[in-house]
Write a protein that binds this ligand. Structure first.
Ligand SMILES: Cc1cc2nc3c(=O)[nH]c(=O)nc-3n(C[C@H](O)[C@H](O)[C@H](O)COP(=O)(O)OP(=O)(O)OC[C@H]3O[C@@H](n4cnc5c(N)ncnc54)[C@H](O)[C@@H]3O)c2cc1C
Length: 419
């Protein structure tokens, strides 16, 4: 194993791999990525990977819009040939359904998204039925529609970033756990791993649900909570054709949906399957204390509850056949925005970068997050197809006593940041 590195990325999910690619694409050498298992084996491999731009704050809307553009031209921008895997981005369009109580908020969100350049608009029920035939929309007071959004292949995206990063010189060390940091006179001097010590002066923390525990021994208590979320898939009883007519330029007929009234998000999967998740955590009474130990299988209560809520919106799913389900972990900050930061030298951890807490939107944001983190590391904001998004609002200091997080993200409760 390598013994020195310019920079070490701890965690090989979609975030770590996107950063690795972006650093290498900027010309950085000596980049090492450590992954305790295999790439994408954390939350990434359990993601439903819906890709959209419906966010309620400017910083997330900008990251999402830039990411969507990258997803849409993934191979051109990332430089990945088919042999090395692709993002699997599929355009389906994305609808948001909300009731009267959220009418003004949805309008505000859409205006904000339009201001950052995203293709989205408020539509009426008649137009929505044209996009999603057979849907029951009587309770929808506010509907927004993004024609360019869709979903990706979470593992494919991660492996594509990683394989291009490797091609550009990044070393990916799999089955290698970072066990600690060595700090010398207030500066990072090495990462200790299950395979030995690697000297370095810079470290990026991207281990998802493991982030908080990893940094606690160094007096850094990240405000992260880990929660369990389930996904279920149902086979439509009516076949592909009645899931909805879509323009022939799109490969799937059912649009992706965030249904705020029924608290579901769903999208098509492999022909006539519908993949349904929920922003609400399951088992919220039982906080996850060890991300390696949680119920990864579906529960009967979730299947019944999410199926009922899906039928509220899609009555034709009344006789749907349940196929399969699984669970994964969200890692969330109190305001549901990630932490993207470089710690001040006064922290006693000079050289430490944070990029974690992506809740239910890490896949959507990953392409732009990698770009922004590379710029932060390299202190470089020169154009790279498009300049990186300003992420200064996402600093850890917003959670310190006396900070003004509420004023930075006035709409950012769990339901307002659509996930
Ligand atoms: C059920 C579900 C559905 C979701 N749906 C969506 C969606 O539709 N759209 C969307 O945008 N997002 C969605 N998400 C969220 C998205 O999947 C995550 O935000 C994203 O995958 C986080 O990526 P990450 O790289 O930060 O973390 P992870 O993917 O968890 O990666 C962290 C990696 O670090 C490794 N690691 C941990 N500790 C160490 C260590 N000490 N040394 C070395 N390696 C270590 C882990 O093994 C892991 O592979 C969903 C999540 C879940 C669970």
């Amino acid at each position: 194993m390598t013994q020195t590195a310019e920079i070490i990325i701890i965690g090989g999910g979609v975030i770590g791999c996107s950063i690795a690619f972006n650093l290498a694409a900027k010309g950085m050498t000596g980049v090492v990525l450590l992954e305790q298992g295999v790439l994408g084996s954390g939350a990434t491999g359990r993601s439903t990977a819906t890709v959209h731009t419906h966010y309620s704050t400017e910083v997330l809307a900008r990251l999402a819009w830039q990411s969507l553009q990258i997803f849409r031209s993934f191979d051109d921008i990332i430089g990945v040939g088919t042999a090395r895997g692709q993002s699997g981005f599929t355009e389906t369009g994305h609808l948001v359904f909300a009731g009267r109580d959220r009418n003004s908020q949805i309008k505000h969100n859409v205006e904000l998204q339009q201001q950052v350049g995203a293709r989205t608009s408020i539509i009426n029920q008649v137009d929505a039925v044209g996009i999603a035939p057979g849907f029951q929309l009587d309770d929808c007071e506010a509907i927004s529609y993004e024609p360019l959004s869709g979903y990706a292949d979470a593992s494919g995206t991660t492996l594509a970033f990683a394989s291009r990063a490797r091609q550009l010189g990044v070393r990916t060390e799999l089955m290698t756990t970072a066990t600690g940091l060595e700090i010398d006179q207030g500066k990072i001097s090495a990462v200790l791993t299950s395979q030995g010590r690697i000297s370095t002066t810079r470290v990026i923390i991207t281990p998802g649900a493991w982030s908080r525990d990893f940094l606690l021994p160094y007096g850094i208590d990240l405000p992260l909570q880990v929660s369990r979320h389930e996904v279920a898939s149902f086979k439509s009883p009516v076949g592909k054709s009645q899931l909805g007519e879509r323009p022939s330029t799109t490969s799937n007929k059912l649009p992706a949906v965030s249904d705020l009234i029924n608290q579901t998000c769903f999208r098509p999967e492999a022909g006539d399957l519908v993949l349904v998740g929920s922003a609400e955590p399951q088992d919220s009474q039982e906080p996850i204390t060890d991300p390696a130990i949680y119920g990864q299988r579906q529960t009967q209560s979730f299947i019944e509850s999410v199926w009922r809520r899906l039928v509220n919106r899609m009555p034709m799913m009344e006789n749907a056949e349940y196929k399969t389900g699984f669970a994964g972990l969200y890692t969330s900050t109190p305001d549901r925005h990630p932490i993207m930061d470089r710690l001040e030298s006064s922290s006693g951890m000079d050289g430490l970068f944070l990029c974690t807490g992506f809740s239910g939107h890490g896949l959507t944001l990953a392409p732009a997050v990698g770009r922004a983190m590379a710029a932060l590391v390299l202190n470089d904001d020169s154009p790279f197809i498009e300049p990186p998004v300003d992420i200064s609002q996402l600093r850890l200091s917003r959670f310190l006593p006396g900070a003004t997080a509420d004023r930075i993200f006035p709409f950012s409760d769990q339901n307002d940041v659509i996930i």
